[in-house]
Design a protein. Structure first.
Length: 106
């Protein structure tokens, strides 16, 4: 019940970009995942990762092996993608309990 999980938050086909492996144009698909640390039932947002896959040759690139010609497009997509609202519940509950604990001592 303790660990990290990746949740798909955005998916986009990359237009007018050719695959480095098979040279097929318009076959790349980018997926952005929210990395969430789960502590029992409390989720805490930890970051975002990107994965790119070619639909024709099935070549996959993870967050650290994305080619240079795709890097700026992927970073733009990552910056535009928002985490789901429920990913912040852990922070909200911890903050609530800290405030209640501080106010309860008076």
């Amino acid at each position: 019940m303790i660990g990290t999980v990746n949740r798909l938050t955005a998916q986009e086909s990359l237009k007018n970009i050719a695959c480095d492996h098979c040279k097929e144009t318009n076959s790349l698909e980018a997926k952005i995942y929210s990395t969430i640390f789960v502590l029992k039932i409390l989720p805490f947002v930890n970051g975002k990762i990107a994965k790119v896959e070619c639909k024709s040759c099935k070549k996959a690139y993870d967050n650290y092996s994305i080619p240079n010609n795709l890097h700026s497009r992927i970073e733009l997509l990552k910056s535009e993608t928002k985490h789901p609202w429920f990913s912040y519940i852990g922070y909200i509950l911890i903050g609530f309990f800290i405030v209640v604990g501080l106010l309860g001592k008076k």
